[in-house]
Ligand binder design. Structure first.
Ligand code: TRP
Length: 331
């Protein structure tokens, strides 16, 4: 039997090259091997970004970006979290099983309290419960998570186990992390340090136009040039080569490596090549993003199709949970 894989996508934050060559590539592969649920986590975004003016637009934009990048509504169940009210109902029920103490000890919560002491809302405290409801409502077996979400997944396992023990059932499977193996490519940023996307302005977005991409790449941090042939590469230049290796063909990479080793590289040429090859990959995706984003009919049909499938699975789980907990219908 196919495994059930589930992933929530933040509704704020646009897709960049790092996402594209990292998680997204694996999502595309996952779709063929499993039954995948992908959803836009719009309820979660309310814990930090209440913004009624742009709320719906953000969801549509993120959806369009993921669809344009290869998430396939025929293979996977693609939906919006808030359109599946069963999630909110399970969240209410799961809140009765979560202890305030363990929620207060969650690393992400403590960080939020530290950074935004004036917005410590209860939704922030119970963020892991809502995430657990997302996962458990489809009784998912696997969840692809980055480092920052590992603790939330561990808490989901705790809640699942606690429910099973409390009611003496084997109802919820304990979801494991989806392991991508060693092939996860990490794209560095253009600012000379770290990962793409962490800080503003160090990333290339899939929706960027050609002019923006060229400007960003030409402004990327380098160094004052290879002083002596064979000198070790500085971090910022190494980063540009990592991106080049991802977007360009092998001949191009070895051409620039040779120039570097000979102490004759011109970073302007390297950047121009890099910009050309990034554009070759991202501009067709940008076209598709715009096309999908402007096709209201396609977007609404796609979401409706996904939501119907998601609600079917969610309703079955919720009915099971309520029966186990002792709810009985009056009518
Ligand atoms: N918290 C996740 C993030 O910030 C998004 C998310 C919400 C999620 N619900 C989920 C991820 C369920 C995996 C499974 O990235």
């Amino acid at each position: 039997m196919k495994e059930i894989v589930l992933s929530g996508i933040r509704s704020t934050g646009n897709l960049h090259l790092g996402n594209y060559f990292g998680a997204l590539r694996n999502f595309i592969k996952m779709q063929d091997e499993n039954l995948c649920y992908f959803f836009i986590a719009d309820l979660h975004s309310l814990t930090t970004h209440p913004d009624p003016v742009n709320f719906h637009e953000n969801v549509k934009t993120v959806l369009a970006e993921y669809l344009a990048s290869g998430l396939d509504p025929e293979k996977s169940v693609i939906f919006v979290q808030s359109s599946v009210p069963e999630v909110s109902e399970l969240y209410t029920l799961m809140n009765m099983l979560a202890y305030v103490g363990e929620l207060e000890r969650t690393a992400s919560f403590k960080e939020k309290v530290r950074k935004h002491p004036n917005n410590v809302n209860a939704g922030l405290l119970t963020y892991p419960v809502l995430m657990a409801a997302d996962i458990l409502i489809h009784r998912a077996n696997k969840v692809p998570v980055g480092k920052d979400q590992e603790q939330h997944l561990e808490m989901t396992r705790v809640f699942a186990r606690r429910f099973n023990n409390m009611y003496n059932v084997e109802f919820f499977p304990e979801p494991a992390a989806y392991n991508f193996g060693t092939e996860l490519i990490k794209i560095p940023g253009l600012d000379g340090s770290g990962k793409m996307g962490k800080s503003e302005g160090n990333g290339i977005y899939l929706a960027d136009d050609e002019k923006t991409i060229r400007k960003k790449v030409m402004r990327a941090v380098t160094d004052s040039g290879p002083a002596v042939p064979g000198a070790p590469m500085s971090e910022p230049v190494k980063n540009l080569f990592v991106i080049l290796e991802t977007v360009s063909d092998a001949d191009t990479v070895s051409f620039f490596k040779d120039r570097y080793d000979a102490g004759e590289i011109r970073y302007g040429d390297l950047k121009k090549q890099l910009a050309d090859d990034i554009c070759k990959i991202t501009l067709p995706i940008r076209e598709r993003i715009l096309e999908i984003r402007n096709n209201e009919k396609y977007l609404s049909e796609t979401v409706r199709y996904g939501v119907a499938k998601a609600r079917e699975s969610a309703a079955a789980t919720l009915a099971g949970v309520k029966e186990i907990m002792g709810f009985k219908s009056f009518y």
